[in-house]
Write a protein that binds this ligand. Structure first.
Ligand code: HEC
Ligand code: HEC
Length: 215
């Protein structure tokens, strides 16, 4: 009897775990092969920030952005052919997102004893994404951020399920997102109240702040 109850609980637990993640990271790994030339094999981004870092972005956010690219609510010309239904169906969106959300990057090379060989060091270095310090006053940026952004993007820019992290992301990419939000080509909640009142120097200071968040 007890065994029966335990078995039912286990089956419920397993189906629940699958329903929660909805996507299968192992299948997502195969799909990611077409994303890697632009977003990097480790999801670190590329092109000096033309291609955003994807590694570790929240599952919900990834799914919502891929859907927005498909419906062209968010315009992304280089990526559009990869998101059409034939290339990336509903299940593939979930699978590739499940894979990407589990990718991990470091902000610096881990300490390794001298005995570690060159190849292991090389592999570790590929998983490091260091964001160069951007010009601007990071302290002033932090103040603007805490006043108007932290409640959604997190106290340290770490993000929340539907709000992207702003730390650990390429600055050139974030700069473009500001420009797109200001010209209504990228969606943002209540842009008139939240983003459009920012001055150019506020934005520069915010970018300086974002660039040091992962230090
Ligand atoms: C030809 C290059 C290219 C390929 C291939 C590509 N992307 Fe992208 N992707 C981009 C560009 C460029 C952007 C940034 C668009 C912008 O500036 O708003 C982007 C943005 C994204 C974003 C939004 C990130 C964020 O922080 O909001 C996601 C998610 C994404 N890509 C996922 C994928 C996935 C998954 C694949 C593979 C199925 C893929 N991309 C393939 C070029 C590419
Ligand atoms: C009410 C919650 C909320 C507040 C407050 C908020 N954001 Fe956002 N932000 C979001 C959401 C949600 C998105 C993703 C929008 C989408 O594409 O669906 C976003 C996206 C962004 C992006 C694009 C990031 C990327 O990776 O593509 C930037 C840049 C940004 N916000 C900056 C800010 C700044 C700066 C502030 C404060 C002045 C701020 N946000 C305040 C919710 C918020």
């Amino acid at each position: 009897m007890k065994f029966g109850v335990a078995l039912v609980c286990m089956v419920l637990w397993v189906t629940n775990a699958q329903a929660q993640s909805e996507g299968y990271a192992e299948d997502g790994r195969d799909i990611y092969v077409v994303c890697a030339p632009c977003h990097g094999p480790e999801g670190q981004g590329g092109g000096g920030g033309d291609y955003p870092r994807l590694a570790g972005l929240p599952m919900e956010y990834l799914v919502s952005q891929l859907k927005a690219f498909k419906s062209r609510e968010r315009i992304n010309i280089p990526m559009f052919p990869f998101t059409v239904e034939r290339e990336l169906g509903e299940q593939e969106v979930l699978d590739v997102s499940a894979y990407i959300t589990e990718m991990k990057l470091e902000s610096r090379l881990p300490d390794m004893p001298d005995t570690v060989d060159g190849y292991t060091r090389l592999l570790a270095s590929k998983r490091v994404l260091q964001i160069p310090r951007a010009p601007g006053d990071a302290d002033k940026g932090a103040t603007v951020y805490q006043d108007g952004c932290a409640r959604c993007h997190g106290d340290k820019g770490e993000g929340r399920p539907h709000d992207p992290p702003l730390g650990g992301q390429h600055i050139k990419y974030l700069q473009k997102q500001f420009a797109d939000i200001l010209t209504d080509t990228r969606m943002h909640p209540r842009p008139e109240k939240i983003i459009k009142p920012l001055s150019q120097s506020d934005i520069e200071n915010l970018l300086a702040y974002f660039s040091i968040l992962d230090d």
